[in-house]
Design a protein around this ligand. Sequence first.
Ligand code: C5P
Length: 307
Amino acid sequence: MSGAEVRVSSPAKINLSLGVGPVRDDGYHPLATVYQAVGLYDEVVVRATDGSPVLTVSGEGVDVAEVPTDGSNLALRAVAALGDHHGRELPVELHVHKRIPVAGGLAGGSTDAAAALLGADVLFGLHTPREELLGLAATLGSDVPFCLVGGTALGGGRGEVVTPVMTRGEYWWVVVPDSGGLSTPAVYREFDRLHGDDPAPDPEVPDELLAALRAGDAVRLGAALVNDLEPAAVSLRPDLLHLLRAGRQGAALGALVSGSGPTTVFLCDGPVHAEEVDRTLRSEQGTRPAIVVKGPVPGARVTGGHR
Ligand code: C5P
């Protein structure tokens, strides 16, 4: 078995709408979100080993200095959780090749965990039923189940209850990478602080956003994009506001902080428009070259390997 490997490709996600309710007793916030998986992928190689679990990481246009390589890495924890579930050791070496900006609000760490879960399941021939894999994914993080499912989906609960949504067409996004100092818990804490004694209402997905997706209408979708975490992300990173304003005042069809940020995404009506938006943001806002992607794309999937 030693030397056998499975390769998995797993996408970044954005939240087209992110409704956030008042903090629960367990410290999480109830969400009503619409996820979309977009064509920017990390690759995870899961290899059988005789030794103890190891993780290595490489980056393509991405700074990976902050990615933990010890047992706290979510991908290693995913394999350990799968092993516990089956009551056996799953000795693996993981290699994570990152293209998704780290700590940017694009679910990079979550998608690596989804990839490791799927890869280890296939490598060891465990045939874990889909519902059980999704259950394990939910224990690892709120976004991990969606990264297995992909496409466009509603997220309920704390984000882990995923229901696919029918959509038409494809959507082009300019992703302006940013990993500048926003941690997810800090953004949620700021959300609580901003609400103070005035609790957030129960979260909802806007009907108009779902109607736009059903119609395949990018202009309507652009006007319906919403993220309840945006005021908190902007409060911690005020410079993001200029960028979002530029996107909203003509450059793009709509603009969003991605998840808890600080990456921002801009909806465009096709690849040519996306190049224009990227150029405009770079010249007027001084942003780094963006990543142009389209969605929806499938969730984590096996792309190769050998026994
Ligand atoms: O689920 P995950 O481990 O990715 O969440 C990371 C952190 O984000 C949580 O510890 C919590 O602080 C915050 N969070 C939250 N409500 C959610 C999802 C995440 O408060 N629905």
